[in-house]
Design a protein around this ligand. Sequence first.
Ligand code: M6R
Length: 610
Amino acid sequence: MCGIIGFTGQTEAAPILLEGLRRLEYRGYDSSGVVIGNGTKLTMRKKAGRIAELTKHLAASPAPGTCGISHTRWATHGPATDANAHPHFDTDGNVAVVHNGVIENYMALKQTMQEAGTEFRSDTDTEVLAHLIGRYYQDDLLSAVKAALAHVKGTYGIAVVCRREPGVIVGARLGSPLVIGIGPDGHYLASDANALAGYATQVVYLNDRQICQLDAESWVIRNQDLDTVDSPLQDIGQFLGIGDAELNGYPHFMLKEIYEQPETIANAMRGRLDDGDATAHFGGLNLDIKQLRSIDRVLMTACGTSYHAGMVGEYLFEELARMPVEVEYASELRYRNPPIDRHTIVLAITQSGETADTLAALRESKRMGHTTLAICNVVGSSIAREAEGGVYLHAGPEIGVASTKAFTSQSVTLAMLALYFGRMRHLSHAQGTEIIRELRRLPEVVRETLRCHDRVKEIARKYAHASSMLFLGRQYLYPVALEGALKLKEISYLHAEGYPAAEMKHGPIALVDADTPSVFLVPRGNVFDKVMSNMQEIKARGGPVIAVCSPNDRDVASLADDVIPVPDVPEYLQPIVVSIPLQLLAYEIALVRGCDVDKPRNLAKSVTVE
Ligand code: M6R
């Protein structure tokens, strides 16, 4: 979603801000802008559309100076226009603001200000904040920001500059991330550490309700009472290397990330499998053995692809740990009041660690006194810091808007957690050893699975212009059917539905015709025969069938129009293997349809608003 990058230092700000904005592009946006201070002059440049438009605008009309803030906007209040792009000035042009999040009471604030004569130049909620800060400004930007924020309800990560305080940037956060970067050429303020690789050597995260001030030489973080807060500096190398956020020869981040999966799955398992005790170990759960043994139910909460991983987790925990699991969309959980007893843990699953609904569900669960854990990829993200314990995926930055490697890393992490809880309960040493053996094979199996790419390309060409697609699977592969449909929809804009294979008779089968292919997930396993019957039902109605199946499966081949063989693994690991051809299918169909794979329309990588 929206992104912020600010710089104050010894060198020209514009190139740094533009490069930072490019690195934030993956979050999804529809306009961008900068404001740069040169002495007591603030120059603003902003444009609807891609950052390339802003770059052209800046080349034609430069904004000199060594202190500036910039923004990529994902439209919420008002369409993507030059006027609605951030930054926004107050009436006198003294103060400029960029903002991530939503000011929920902006209508009331705006009305009061309009009645007092303030003229607004945009439809945004952010402009309200600019005018408020402007009104409170006397001679100290930090105090004015603090005073203005006292009137605001909602969420924000903001960066503010002021004509009368050259070289100073003030930032504040509530529910939307902000990180200060410290580098040899100056100081940075960003919504995402990804934007700072290669510039900053160290980073420090702001917590909610903190406010910060930076200039070329110094930085400080303060609490609500404006007392200085001691915040830990962290080495940026801990988060990412420069090359991690680059394409390294791949045409798209999504493809790069699909191909990284043998390695990212190995990284998720590294140091966590224990042959001696035939279990898994996790350094960060922060629960002692007594607390762990007292857990008798897990409530998983997440959004999108992470929710589908949670559904895989439900099957895993049920089978391997014999533990009841409920999986709930975070956007629903946050407003429910479920009767969760003291022996239930709440497990948030998230790649970014910044998804607004997942963060809110986690906070609400904590408030109700539940133990909260998180499975998270982004180190230092809000959810990683606020959960009481958790497991990092170590998958490296996921830049493609369509989540791929995070899903397989989440699934493997959930398998390890299920093994861990299973070994505390009923799984024998021999069963644990067998599960570890299968987990260890996975990176190689996934490498082998990726060889289906050419086959998938042919199939993509054949079906790219279908009117709609069904994805059908049962048991462990039901969540994968949902995930396959989500992947296809989000990057190719081809309508798709995921269903439990037998459920399609209760309605969706009405969609089946020669233009509506069904992707069946049918590797050998317990429900193989049942899924084959479901496949017959589709064939009998003239629907083309693409089957993801076991190698050399003649039964499937005799029925399906196209097959994608994948290596055999135990059923509890099939979600990982079977999701790979579905990721490739979505990618290849999107290419044939001419879609921008890494920047799908209307979508944001990290959904930081409700
Ligand atoms: O960062 P998170 O895992 O919390 O994100 C959740 C969803 O927004 C995300 O998985 C989204 O559905 C992806 N675009 C799917 O590819």
